[in-house]
Design a protein. Structure first.
Length: 291
């Protein structure tokens, strides 16, 4: 077995340790275990801070391993862990309060780790020029509704309200629905991290000058001025968990559509991220399937 396959196997073994450790309630807790696992991912990609991941030999081994069959199995394993943990959570009365806490921690840890790996792979794919858009007509209003639905439960758990305000005539845009949804997911997640209980996150969309502007606003603590200039850089905010690629990926995905992202924020007054998207995406379309 090659060293690359061994790296993927080691990652799976670490993930299994996360699940076992969290479920057994051993000393350290699930959050500490998650940090130790994600630290391996951060260490691998930090070496590429000043250059594309595709050009970093330090990150290349991990990326190649995750893209191999071993990496695919790893993501499937995490999906299995997430699925079974959700089933256990639904058991309700069959678990003690402490047991439910451990199951929830396992699900959260596996979900965060899976998303971290996805982010690294997506950034590497964009750097290598290998990501093609699956273009279609996307209903912007429904795009916002679907994104809000995915995050409503977590928002309500933190006492935050998600508000939808798309213009009635915003209509369709030519783009990749999955990648646009992924962009919104990262922006909503970022807003939830910044917004305290009682706050709001607003998803709005308008059409003007041959473009559609999708904005995600929050009533959170705002972003310090000295951070704003680097907010879309890679690895910013990695102290909050994960490799810190969320907003960098947002910028990359919007630019892949031929658009750009703007930030407006004042400390203590929330933040608004606006994605300026052309009506027809400028990125390369995926090759048609052969039958």
């Amino acid at each position: 077995m090659s060293k690359l396959r061994l790296s993927a196997t080691a990652l799976l073994a670490t993930l299994a340790l996360v699940a076992t450790h969290s479920a057994a309630g051993q000393t350290g807790g699930a959050d500490t275990t998650l940090d130790s696992v994600q630290q391996r991912l951060r260490n691998a990609v930090l070496a590429a801070k000043d250059k594309p991941l595709a050009q970093s030999p330090e990150a290349g081994q991990v990326i190649t391993a995750l893209r191999s069959t071993g990496g695919a199995v790893g993501l499937c394993s995490m999906t299995t862990i997430i699925g079974y943990s959700e089933l256990l959570e639904r058991a309700g009365e069959g678990l003690s309060e402490r047991g439910r806490g451990h199951v929830a921690a396992v699900r959260t840890a596996a979900t965060h780790l899976a998303r971290s790996i996805d982010d690294v792979l997506d950034i590497a794919q964009i750097d290598a020029g290998e990501m093609a858009l699956d273009l279609e007509d996307v209903d912007v209003g429904r795009l916002l509704e679907s994104a809000a639905a995915r995050w409503t439960r977590q928002a309500e758990g933190g006492g935050v309200t998600i508000v939808l305000e798309p213009d009635s005539d915003v209509g369709l845009i030519r783009g990749d629905a999955r990648r646009l949804g992924q962009t919104l997911d990262h922006l909503i997640e970022n807003g939830l991290r910044q917004t305290p209980a009682g706050g709001e996150i607003t998803l709005a969309a308008t059409r003007a000058l041959a473009e559609v502007r999708i904005s995600i606003s929050d009533t959170g603590r705002g972003i310090p001025f000295h951070v704003q200039a680097h907010i879309f850089d890679r690895f910013v905010g990695r102290d909050q968990g994960g490799p810190g690629l969320g907003l960098a990926l947002v910028k990359a995905l919007v630019e892949l559509h031929g658009g750009w992202v703007a930030l407006e924020s004042e400390p203590g007054a929330g933040a608004t991220f606006t994605c300026h998207l052309p009506e027809a995406a400028q990125g390369a379309a995926a090759a048609p399937e052969l039958f």
